[in-house]
Design a binder for this molecule. Structure first.
Ligand code: CA
Length: 250
């Protein structure tokens, strides 16, 4: 039996805008339950009842077509005309990276392994609960979002390495604790190595244009930063004073 035991999770927020899901299933009852469950979750669902129309749908939304691509395909294994395994193979052969959740009535290990081998991302054996299905779909969509987030490059100069996404800094292979302002200051310096910054520019970039205070604040933070980075803070090799102008990195 297919039970619809949908529970509302607050996780739609991290998925962002409406995801488009293609459901390929020839059994009407299951197809309808899938559509209900996925629409309930907030996805835009398109259905195909056989292999050939599924391939058509997928072809029609290739990047060149101007149609929005699907974010996920829920694909039954046993289908009229072209089966799920062949569709999967075809998509991967064409270099289409859309996440695929494969469904199968057969519970055998071989089917599961074969499904994953031809490029499915996940596999569910019938009967399954709609709650399980929705959880798997959500996980695949989230994984896809994460993999498309732009990676911010790691910054490195001599023996200082800054990991922007992790907010970590290593100095001579040792982790150092920086305050948020020190971190922003160093990140800015390292992003524009050798560029000379005036105190006002640094205040503007790191403290923001609304900051009311003295440009001495910058000098104080530079001193703290030097104590954490430099082997000899009185002869700095990383944060260098440029007389009459300000500071530069490297
Ligand atoms: Ca089927």
């Amino acid at each position: 039996m297919y039970t619809s035991e949908l529970t509302k999770y607050p996780s739609r927020a991290d998925i962002g805008q409406t995801s488009r899901v293609l459901v390929v299933e020839d059994e009407e009852l299951i197809r309808e339950m899938l559509v209900l469950a996925l629409e309930e979750e907030g996805y835009a669902v398109v259905t195909a009842t056989d292999g050939r129309s599924a391939v058509e749908y997928l072809k029609n939304c290739e990047p060149s077509s101007g149609e929005l691509p699907f974010d996920l395909v829920v694909l039954d294994l046993m289908l009229p005309q072209i089966n799920g395994l062949d569709i999967c193979r075809l998509l991967r052969h064409q270099g289409n990276p859309v996440p695929i959740l494969m469904l199968s009535a057969k519970g055998s290990e071989t089917d599961r392994v074969l499904g994953l081998e031809v490029g499915a991302d996940d596999y569910l054996t019938k009967p399954f609960s709609m709650r399980e299905l929705v959880a798997r779909c959500r996980a695949l969509l989230r994984r896809q979002r994460l993999s498309t987030l732009p990676q911010i490059p790691i910054l490195q100069y001599k023996e200082v390495t800054l990991y922007p996404q992790e907010c970590r800094v290593l100095v001579r292979s040792q982790e150092v604790n920086l305050s948020p302002k020190e971190f922003r200051l160093l990140e800015l310096f390292m992003s524009y190595a050798r560029r000379v910054w005036s105190r006002e520019q640094l205040l503007d970039q790191v403290w923001g244009p609304d900051f009311v205070g003295d440009s001495k604040t910058v000098d104080v933070h530079i001193r703290w930063l030097r104590e954490k980075l430099e082997q000899d803070p009185s002869h700095p090799e990383y944060i260098v004073t440029v007389r009459g102008f300000g500071y530069r990195f490297g």
